[in-house]
Write a protein that binds this ligand. Structure first.
Ligand code: ADP
Ligand code: GN1
Ligand code: MG
Length: 357
């Protein structure tokens, strides 16, 4: 490690002990029971090549969110991320060429889930992401940096998988033939959102782009969604990205890395709760094409994440954090199991969506 955490904390005027925290796949997260309680993160420079731009986006977006939260009579210290500045008044700290840190106020009395325990949690998550979308509706999209280019460009993700296959850096290709065949077969869905965006029938909006269930903090007492976190990828995108990606993770019956695929299916009750919460907030602003593509967006986003995990497995685990052998492969397999299950449930999904429009 080219840095010392105690020294890092001191530069933010925090003197307490700090410990590892959370289950994100990208950044290194730490928590300190200081006064106030804080979250410290080392920004993943391999993923975010320009941490300065990431922090500009986050600072400006959270300032905007805080104004909206105050207008709505909410608590801006809890309902938005609050960037803690360094002693020098900066939004982040650069220790050296690779080590960038930022600090947030810890959102107290909150919980997050890696697997939903109760479908009602999906309702609250849907409402939280829907409100987030509403509050950023008037944010000037062209002022945001694109922190990861082509982040949800699914056809581009297919190309990246093809490049991984051609390179076979890990030498694992022979062992993943079944998964590669699945990925190639289901590439037929990959252009459905991007083609409509190119036509303008699906508009560009300011979106979150990483709407995993564990990127919402829920109030420990009421169970309601308090704060949407992990704002590194807030950029112009499609609302279908946020809807589909949330379901990919939140409406699964099990964990993203579950090894026993008999325990993985797409849970329509969780889907219904999320749709109810999300559409309750955003239905009035959706275009007909967006509405039409809501069910398939869950398939496309799950497929996209599956091929990203598969490509990373083939590349030798260079992007997502892994904690065991074949971790990215296990993740890709759950995603593909969900893709096939979502495909068989489109009719029911459409019926459910109609109920909440
Ligand atoms: P990653 O990009 O690695 O997913 P996140 O920003 O999502 O990183 O943070 C990882 C985890 O840390 C979250 O899932 C959440 O549990 C916790 N966390 C992050 N920010 C806060 C915060 N401000 N208050 C409380 N918990 C937080
Ligand atoms: C990453 O950062 P985290 O763990 O919330 C990834 C998402 C993936 C997700 C899969 C910047 O999200 O795109 O969907 O893992 N974030 C980035 O669990 O690549
Ligand atoms: Mg996260």
């Amino acid at each position: 490690m080219g840095f010392n955490l105690k020294e890092v904390c001191e530069k933010f005027s925090i003197e307490t002990e700090i410990e590892s925290y959370g289950n994100g796949h990208i950044n290194d997260t730490y928590m300190a029971n200081a006064k106030p309680q804080i979250i410290l993160q080392r920004i993943n420079k391999n993923v975010f090549h320009n941490p300065h731009e990431v922090m500009e986006n986050i600072y400006n977006v959270t300032e905007h969110l805080k104004k909206k939260i105050i207008e709505r009579g909410g608590d801006p210290k809890r309902e938005a991320l609050n960037v803690v500045k360094t002693r020098d008044g900066q939004n982040y700290l650069q220790m050296d060429a690779d080590n960038f840190f930022r600090m947030y106020l810890f959102v107290t009395d909150s919980v997050s889930y890696d697997v939903a325990q109760d479908p009602i949690q999906l309702f609250h998550a849907g409402a939280a992401f829907g409100r987030f979308q509403n509050m950023l509706n008037d944010y000037p999209a062209d002022s945001l940096y694109e922190t990861i280019v082509d982040f949800h460009n699914t056809p581009e993700r297919v190309k990246q998988l093809e490049t991984a296959i051609a390179g076979n850096a890990s030498g694992r290709l022979d062992l993943v033939k079944e998964e590669v065949d699945f990925a190639i077969e289901y590439a037929k869905y990959s252009k459905m959102i991007t083609d409509e965006m190119a036509k303008g029938t699906v508009p560009l909006r300011v979106t979150h782009n990483d709407t995993k269930l564990n990127n919402v903090l829920f109030d420990a007492k009421t169970g309601e969604g308090v704060c949407v976190i992990d704002l590194d990828t807030v950029m112009p995108g499609s609302i279908l990205y946020d809807f589909g990606d949330a379901l990919r993770f939140g409406a699964s019956s099990g964990a993203e890395d579950e090894k026993d695929l008999d325990r993985i299916w797409f849970d329509l009750e969780k889907f219904e709760q999320f749709a109810k919460g999300f559409l309750g907030e955003v239905k009035d602003c959706l275009t007909p094409k967006e509405i039409e593509l809501l069910p398939v967006s869950a398939l496309i986003m799950t497929y996209e994440c599956g091929i990203r995990f598969l490509a990373d497995h083939i590349n030798g685990d260079v992007y997502f954090k892994v904690h065991r052998e074949n971790h990215n492969l296990d993740r890709a397999r759950t995603q593909f199991k969900l893709v096939a299950d979502i495909e068989s449930k489109f009719d029911e999904m459409k019926r459910i969506i109609e109920k909440y429009l």
